[in-house]
Structures are given as C-alpha cells and as structure tokens.
Design a protein around this ligand. Structure first.
Ligand SMILES: [Zn+2]
Ligand SMILES: [Zn+2]
Length: 295
C-alpha cells in the first residue's frame, strides 16, 4: 500500500448533511478530531478549533487524548476574544474532570494569567446512563455510555425531547383538550427521539455492547483500522476495525435504524482511495447508501 502523502490539515473541514443537523469537522487518528453540529448547538471533541466552532455553546469531550481535547481551552479563549458573552459548557466523563482542571490551570499559569484573574470554565461531569439536558437547549438531552479504549472514554446519544398528546386524546377537539387540561388531567407523554450517537475512540466490541446507538438517526463512529492485516493492531491500540462495523451491521440487520453512519478517525497511513474502496467493498450492500466516509 502506498503511503498517504496527502497533507492532512485539521482546519480544512469535511461536511455532510443529515436530516437533523449538518456535521462539519475533521477526524484523523492521532492528528485531530472534532465534529461541529451547529443546528444542535453541539460539538463533539475539540482536537482543533476553527473559528466556526466558537459560536457553538456545548462541547462534549469523549476522552483525554490530545488529538481530541487539545483545543478545548482554545475554544474557550477564542470565544472570549471574539466577545461571546455566554459561558460555554464543557461536558466530560466524571473521572477525567480533576485531571482536566489541573491541566487547564497549568496552561493558564504557563501563559502568565495572574492567579487572581484565573477562573475555571464551566465543566459539567457526566456519568454513564445519566440523562442531562443541554444548558441552553432544553429540547435536547444527552445520555453518555462507557466505551472500551486505551484510557477511560465515553460516547453519548443526543435525544430530542418533546411532550406529545397521549394516544387516547388524539381525536379530541382543541376545546376538549383545553377543558381536560384545565381539569388537571395529564394529557401528554414524554418522548425522547434519538438524533445522534457518537462513540468517540473505542474498540469495535463497544458497538454491540451499546447497540442502542443503531437506533439513532445519525451514528458517528471511529474506524481507525481497515486493512485486514491490521486487525490485531486495532485490538492492541483500543480502536475499531472496519470488519467489526461490518459484523455489527450484519448481526443487527433490520434493527439498524440509522439514516446515516459516519465513519471517522481513519489511520493516516491509508490513502483516501484505499479507504473509500475498502468501505465500498466491505460494508454490506444494504447499508452502503447510509455510510459516509468522513475524509
Ligand atoms: Zn483518537
Ligand atoms: Zn484516543
């Protein structure tokens, strides 16, 4: 296989459209990973921070590796520099919050911020299985889950939350509905619609261990290794091999409800064409239209 001589520029973004948001960003293993979902006011990771990310208020850090988190505070400081007054919110796994605070403080001291002026950004610890409404988007809720990687790491599903009329009241007139509501009857039920699931960095088995991610409209998952001879390597490094995505799709088959499956975080050693050819060849025909190669 020819070495990939293409220069990867993390500020040169890849774009794709989905039915619930556009996705812009960059994701190459070891270089940088970030995804901007502007319609959901949400960013996944911040391995690089283009100016277009500064208008986004919520950022989720999947794990502490530098290619995913390096520019978290750049996001914070660029916003201040550009006069964005709203505090950005940084969600991250609870078990890395202390480390993140130490790192943020050390960076500020290194940059010469006086002790008296130093202030931590808004960090929100998240735990697996806990539903959290986004700070500025109460119609969106986040539910993280643990994944297997070389260090503690999490993925999450973003749900659209709404109240819907209970089925038994669907045929009622507006007047009847108003009367029912006034008499104190609870006529609504809560609905959580899974919009986007993202895995962060993980081993392939994390997909089937969290198979609910295949219910989301959009699934963003890593696919670091694709060459058949790299299978053992993918396990050793805590990453996913393309064949494991293929297996998961075959096993779940009709249970896969995703409209789009975005494959990202490819190893930089693979040329673009090789990646596209292998994905085309390996992904079962039934799912090929749904799969987007994020390069
Ligand atoms: Zn990574
Ligand atoms: Zn990683």
């Amino acid at each position: 296989m020819a070495e990939n001589k293409k220069i990867h520029n993390a500020l040169k973004q890849v774009h794709t459209e989905t039915s619930c948001t556009s996705v812009s960003g960059f994701s190459v293993s070891g270089l940088a990973t970030y995804f901007q979902l502007p319609e959901l006011d949400f960013c996944i990771d911040m391995g690089e921070c283009p100016l277009s990310a500064t208008s986004i208020n919520h950022v989720f850090l999947t794990h502490a590796h530098g290619d995913h988190g390096r520019c978290l505070m750049r996001h914070h400081s660029l916003r201040k520099m550009m006069g964005v007054e709203r505090e950005s919110i940084y969600y991250m796994p609870k078990n890395i919050c202390d480390g993140a605070r130490e790192w943020i403080r050390a960076e500020a001291m290194f940059e010469g911020v006086p002790e008296s002026k130093f202030r931590y950004p808004e960090i929100v610890p998240v735990e697996a299985g806990e539903l959290k409404f986004l700070e500025y988007r109460k119609d969106l809720a986040l539910k993280p889950f643990e994944v297997k990687h070389s260090i503690p790491a999490m993925g999450a599903t973003l749900y659209h939350y709404k109240k819907k009329l209970k089925d038994e009241y669907l045929g009622k007139t507006p007047d009847e509905i108003i009367k029912l509501r006034e008499s104190g009857v609870d006529i609504t039920r809560e609905v959580y619609d899974p919009l986007v699931s993202f895995m962060g960095d993980c081993m392939g088995e994390s997909l089937l261990e969290n198979s609910h991610v295949f219910q989301s409209k959009v699934l963003i998952t890593e696919c670091t290794f694709i060459a058949p001879e790299d299978y053992a390597m993918s396990h050793k490094k805590g990453h996913t091999h393309l064949s494991q995505i293929t297996e998961a799709l075959k096993e779940l088959d009709d249970q896969v409800k995703c409209e789009k499956i975005i494959l990202s975080h490819f190893s930089m050693k693979y040329p673009d064409k090789y990646i596209r050819d292998m994905v085309e060849k390996e992904i079962p025909e039934k799912f090929r239209e749904k799969v987007v190669v994020f390069i």
